[in-house]
Design a protein. Structure first.
Length: 156
């Protein structure tokens, strides 16, 4: 499972799972979420996709998760609350070259309201170091987020 975000009610869920005998090796909300989904899958004798649907009805927070089902490893199960709640989802894509699957997935995210921001440096400011070139990507993301940014602006 890949998880990014915050599960606000993870302590409550962890307490429930501890009562059922679950043992945790960390204090992360990711481990709690994974065990919570597994518990639902076992207790409801349902496929992973259904267990995720049931679990997400109880989850409070802002998150994106992606899971691979061991029983069906060619299928990815993904869920997010960011787009559902009309919040700004910015995907900074760094791996290239893009294949058709990447491009179609980026199209899907864009059509759903997300923003694709390739991690491609800008050279309008004539950066003199690798670090300065990398900062042009960071500046672009800061602009998209809507934070005040005093970096170089191209005049036209």
């Amino acid at each position: 499972m890949i998880h990014n975000g915050i599960i606000e009610n993870y302590a409550q869920l962890k307490t429930e799972l501890l009562r059922k005998g679950y043992v945790f090796s960390s204090d992360t909300d990711t481990e709690v979420l994974l065990n919570f989904i597994e518990d639902i899958k076992k207790n409801n004798d349902c496929p992973l996709e259904e267990a995720v649907r049931i679990a997400l009805k109880r989850i409070v927070g802002a998150y994106v998760i992606v899971l691979i089902d061991n029983d069906n490893p060619h299928v990815l199960i993904a869920a997010d609350v960011i787009l559902k709640e009309r919040k700004k989802l910015i995907c900074v894509i760094r791996d290239t070259p893009y294949n058709l699957i990447h491009i179609k997935n980026m199209e899907t995210v864009t059509l759903a309201g997300g923003i694709i921001c390739p991690a491609t440096p800008s050279f309008y400011s004539q950066p003199q170091t690798i670090e300065a070139a990398a900062l042009t990507v960071v500046d672009r993301v800061i602009d998209i987020v809507g934070l005040k940014n005093e970096s170089f602006r191209w005049g036209g």
